[in-house]
Design a protein around this ligand. Sequence first.
Ligand code: 6R9
Length: 629
Amino acid sequence: MPDENALVPAPQEVLDQANVQDWEGLLASAAADPIAFWEKEAGELEWSQPWDKVLDDSGAPFYKWFTGARTNIVTNAIDRHLSTARRNKLALIWVGEDTSKVRTFSYFSLNREVEQMANILLSMGVTKGDVVTIYLPRIPEIYFAMLACAKIGAIHSVVFAGYSSEALNARIDDSESRVVITVDGSWINGSVFPMKKIVDDAVRFSPTVENVIVVRNTASEVTMDPTRDHWYHELARLPIAQGHCPTVQVDAEDPLFILYTSGSTGKPKAAVHTHGGYQVHLSSTMKNCLDIHEADRWWCTADPGWITGTSYVIYAPLIRGATTFMAEGSPVYPYPDVWWQLVEHYGINGMFTAPTAIRTLMRFGDAWVTKHDLSTLRILVSAGEPLNPEAWRWFHEVVGQKRCAVIDNWWQTETGAMQITSLPAMPKKPGSAGRPIPGQAVAVLDEAGHEVPAGTDGFLVLKNPWPSMLRTLFKEPDRYVETYWTKYPGVYLTGDSARIDEDGYVWIIGRTDDVIKVSGHRIGTAEVEAAVNSHPAVAECAAIGLPHEVKGNAIHVLAVLNTGYEGSNELVGDIRQHVSQTLSPIAKPDVVEFVDKLPKTRSGKIMRRVLRARALGEDEGDLSTLENG
Ligand code: 6R9
């Protein structure tokens, strides 16, 4: 058990530079009047028309922020910098998996790229409110595409570049996209992953798709359908792509993007995020919680297919006028010091990654890190799953040389931006996610909805609405109310269990629903089970998450076979491969075990809790509803 009272004070260098020195004062004043706090934060941004009201809660839980205001996140992320000296500063530095490939963009040239992409989308008839599906790897064009959609008031739906054609197809169909933006292939550890082929398979069954824009990346062979597919570099040469493209001013509450995420059922749900409140929350957390200054070079390693890559790779740093850095490759390819080499070479000041990457790199030993000069680093950030104290200390001592702020932060696709963290100047507790951000308040409740005493486990809820909150689930308003606002009316149910200690620090335990975090990726047990069940040998199965030293959790599948099939190592391999292909390589089970039957409730629900307890050798708990087992 971590020592919950071990407070690590902020290093002097962090204190000296922190945007927020008086963190206690800021937390207290924001708690006294959250609305005034958010209004002040919003005042730092540009709006073409001011708001009537900061928060309209008359239709709660369908909250509205900055009602009546007009703005566009692109006005704040790009346009407003163009009339200042920032115009010529680097907005984006990109380094390929082959690190000799480098592309850089000033704010001026980023704007040109975004205008070009926006002009092309407009020429295809994309208009305000249309959803555009983006299936691109970590290359600059993914961000040009997102910003281009935002600029013209369209809604982007980024689908993680590792998803299969079936998963992509389901997301394209649900969003009724007419345009898909993709790439010929992506680089993964020196090999090409055929993304265009996956799109071909996905859109074959998508009646809505009229145009597919293909960015050339790996120069691999692809099949182009002349009636549907267009090379991006060829479109870019056409007159339709040229010239300025104005940034459409939208209502603060107009949707900016949808992002599909896993929940308790097999059907992924899409969180809807808007222009106005989202930009305010990003700007505020980037300044107060991550302490990023305009002069900083910031590297968030997250993949754009997940919320961290949407919020903190591109929108937040650009809104703050900083330089954002992105790398195409993995942390261990070709060598386990490639990241540290990049930090040294590009003079990175703030770095945001996930516990799984930290634990992976830790295992290669300190020498890979310490042979590099990492003295530019000031801020080290982690999110996605709990950062265990051992990994926290390694990040602090070996990477940060005890000079940096190590900042864990808890949030979700649904929350859009950070909710719980330790401000840079605040003393840290390794292993704890920290305290609610300025303007937020949290509680841990028991089953009946009562706040539990300090140190007791329970259901984590957010007590205040916040500007970057999801407004609804795309096309599923009832599911939105049911999932987040029904168990405890008036507060937001996170789906996580946690405890709050005597000092107000939050310790996240894990999900209470059927969601597994594997290497920081959010995967639904139902999605894995559907993929396993689609294998001809399988009658039924259950997927559970069990602790894993590096990945946080690993997926274990217990499967009942159809008659006529025998369990064998070959079949295990085949089922694992099947999941990788039909869902995603990230969802490939670590273990597939064959069983005769699965424990079920009398109403027929598989009791994954019992399977987990059995696998861990723990008490199986209340078995009164168990029918067999
Ligand atoms: C940002 C992101 C959300 C779930 C969340 C929780 C887990 C995220 C965490 C953390 C412990 C942290 N989670 N950050 N658990 N400490 N700092 O990851 O969004 O992919 O939607 O996942 O991730 O379980 O509920 P998302």
